[in-house]
Design a protein around this ligand. Structure first.
Ligand code: FES
Length: 243
């Protein structure tokens, strides 16, 4: 009597193929769906966030020493809005929730060191001299004249502590030769006291706050704005990783 031929596919195989089909389908479908739904995800789920455009106080510039930068913590008010703006405009009765936060930034201040020999970003850092702290700061901490304000504003480096590579917080360290530098602990990025690139993977120098003013009271004020220009022409234009 002829033997019945066994089905080459077992129930387990069948279920396995089914699961694999679902996974493959998901891999193919999810990116396309995410692309199509991105505006909805951005507006309805992530919402919109606006950082205040007001001036925020950093601190007294006389606290910044000659050889070492000083770090200051600055809180920027941030408004987070959830909900669809278009629907809100069409139907104002639809509620949009809104929350207020403080966004914490660490701001490094240092005095500009003269560049004795220009380095080549991505190849070698600058050779720099001793940072130039305005001499009048030894005598006074406030009551600045307009000339003194200009001198301070021209002499300050105002830097974000978010590494220009992938955004890790940098720190100031003094190396075995007694020389200070900003070091990023994540991948070893190094910057000099001017915030300029010195070594490691960052494609440019540290981000600088671009809107700042020193007032008669001897204190620095900034807005939440950075330079996002290219570090190495044609290679990198990065938005700051701080938000
Ligand atoms: S994040 Fe700083 S070197 Fe990579």
């Amino acid at each position: 009597m002829a033997e019945l031929q066994k089905d080459p596919m077992t129930r387990g195989d069948f279920l396995g193929f089914g699961v694999m089909g679902v996974i493959m389908g998901g891999i193919i479908t999810v990116p396309a769906a995410a692309f199509l739904l991105e505006p909805i995800i951005n507006i309805d789920i992530l919402g919109q966030s606006n950082v205040s455009d007001d001036w925020q106080e950093v601190g007294p510039v006389a606290d910044v020493g000659v050889e070492e930068p000083e770090v200051f913590i600055v809180e920027f008010p941030l408004t987070q809005i959830y909900g669809d703006q278009e629907i809100q405009e069409l139907s104002p009765e639809v509620p949009r929730s809104q929350e207020e936060f403080d966004l914490t930034n660490a701001v490094w201040l240092s005095w500009k060191a003269p560049i004795l020999e220009q380095g080549d970003q991505g190849n070698s850092g600058d050779t720099i001299g001793v940072p130039e702290r305005p001499a009048f700061l030894d005598e006074k901490r406030e009551g600045f004249t307009p000339e003194e304000i200009s001198e301070v504003e021209e002499s300050l480096n105002i830097l974000s502590n978010s590494c220009a590579h992938l955004g890790c917080p940098v720190r100031w360290i003094v190396n075995a030769d007694g020389e200070g530098e900003f070091l990023c602990p994540c991948h070893g990025g190094i910057y000099d006291i001017n915030g300029n690139w010195y070594g490691g993977p960052p494609p440019r120098g540290m981000y600088r706050y671009t809107q700042f003013e020193v007032r008669e009271n001897g204190r620095l004020y900034i807005k939440h704005a950075y330079d996002v220009e290219e570090g190495i022409p044609g290679i990198s234009t990065q938005e700051p990783y701080v938000v």
